[in-house]
Write a protein that binds this ligand. Structure first.
Ligand code: NDP
Length: 398
């Protein structure tokens, strides 16, 4: 029986709150806090059992500290934006409460994805006996756990890793993003990096394209290489990996709109002067685009996110494919959100369950692949995201 404080009442926060409320055996008391109180109240009103709500500006450490002191949670689940990771970690450190998030910290003024800022808290968390679990979404998150599962059970040594994320869903809008538009566009337009022979190779964003034949009735789709944060922690924790890449599907329509928006400067993250007022173009664009939460009832189709790991087993070269298929409409029926929010929110709840039940509990700052994958994957399936393992097969190109 534990108290949870969820910070962030967006698409992911909605799923996390629903799923925590479905497990009152673990999350006996729930508080949902965010910058806009009315959004918390709407989510709480859709849940049959009591959920407390509160307003907090999570950029402000002392506000978060006060909220933690008044609610006395056992854990804080941070599903606000990556900018709030550091202030919320500071507040958890000050109050001695465990912390979990789904995306690594980024400074607002530069789109740089790296764990350095959060890893730097390790000794302070360890010294205080507090735990932080980083990146407990799907990617990062479940993809890290799939890699740990392959390393533990299926391969003696992983040499190559491809993380492949398909959203084969359609929402019928001319241009919309499936999670926070500002974060999504910053990620997709950042310079691509992949790991090869001990170093990061930088290439222009989305400049490498392949076709991949997805399972689950999805079929062949174009996938584009981009940088994704889990590559950093995975190559650190599995040093046998010689090559690691991240791939994502995008429709031609999405790419066409993105190219135009970039060309006209609408994706810029620096301040510009407009009629004597300072605005940041990407934040203005976010205000114009559909709220990802509004896509829930419109989105049809499936997601397929997984890893292909290639390596050596018993002296022979082998490849394994581990993935999950999730259906947008089934998610909406269950928690009134589309599958992108669902596949992020469910692993966040399962990560918190691992910590609260002490199956995963170590003081310090940790990534998902540093823990035993089995209890997590077992609970993930129970909570709605089953894993498919295709073990074996010749090494192949994508
Ligand atoms: P949304 O934009 O839908 O929701 C973000 C929420 O955070 C909003 O309710 C927002 O409040 C709140 N918020 C923003 N700033 C503050 C602040 N200063 N104080 C308090 N609350 C604040 O985003 P999503 O739900 O789509 O995404 C949530 C997180 O999940 C993001 O960090 C995203 O990067 C991550 N993510 C991770 C994935 C993974 O697989 N690992 C995949 C997809 C997303 P307001 O409503 O007032 O703006």
């Amino acid at each position: 029986m534990s108290k949870v404080l969820i910070i962030g009442a967006g698409g992911v926060g909605q799923v996390v709150t629903h799923k925590c409320a479905s497990r009152r055996d673990i999350f006996s008391e729930i508080t949902l806090a965010s910058r806009t109180l009315s959004k918390c109240d709407v989510i709480a009103s859709r849940i049959p059992s009591p959920v407390k709500t509160a307003r907090v500006d999570a950029d402000n450490v002392s506000e978060v500290v006060d909220l933690i002191r008044s609610e006395e949670p056992n854990i804080v689940i941070n599903v606000a934006l990556p900018y709030q990771d550091i202030p919320i970690m500071d507040a958890c450190l000050e109050t001695g409460v465990d912390y979990l998030d789904t995306a690594n910290y980024e400074p607002p003024e530069v789109a740089r994805f790296e764990y350095s800022w959060q890893w730097a808290y390790h000794d302070r968390f360890a010294g205080k006996g507090v735990m932080a679990l980083l990146g407990s979404g799907f990617d990062p998150g479940v993809t890290n756990v799939y890699t740990a599962f392959a390393a533990k059970n299926l391969l003696d040594e992983i040499q190559e890793l491809d993380i492949i994320d398909a959203n084969a869903g359609s929402h019928g809008q001319p241009f919309a993003t499936n999670f926070n538009p500002e974060i999504n566009i910053r990620e997709v337009t950042a310079r691509c990096r992949h790991w090869e022979n001990g170093e990061w190779i930088e290439t222009p964003p989305l400049s490498k394209r392949e076709s991949f034949d997805f399972p689950g009735g999805i079929g062949p789709m174009n996938i584009y290489r981009l940088y994704h944060e889990e590559l950093e922690s995975i190559v650190k924790h599995f040093p046998t990996i010689r090559k690691a890449q991240f791939w994502m599907t995008f429709s031609e329509n999405y790419l066409k709109h993105l190219e135009v928006l970039q060309n006209v400067g609408m994706t810029r993250i620096d301040e510009i002067d407009y009629n004597g007022q300072k605005i940041i173009p990407i934040q203005f664009l976010k205000a114009l685009l559909p709220d990802p939460a509004s896509l829930g009832p419109l989105t049809k189709g499936k997601t397929c996110i997984g890893i292909i790991a290639r390596g050596i087993k018993d002296g022979k070269r082998k490849q394994v494919y581990i993935y999950n298929i999730c259906d947008h409409e089934a998610c909406y029926r269950e928690v009134a959100s589309q599958a992108i929010s669902y596949t992020t929110g469910v692993p966040a709840v399962v990560g918190a369950m691992m910590m609260l039940t002490r199956k995963w509990r170590k003081a310090g700052v940790w990534n998902m692949e540093q823990f035993d994958p089995e209890p997590f994957l077992k609970e993930l399936e129970i909570m709605g995201l089953p894993t498919v393992v295709l073990d074996g097969g010749e090494w192949g190109e994508l």
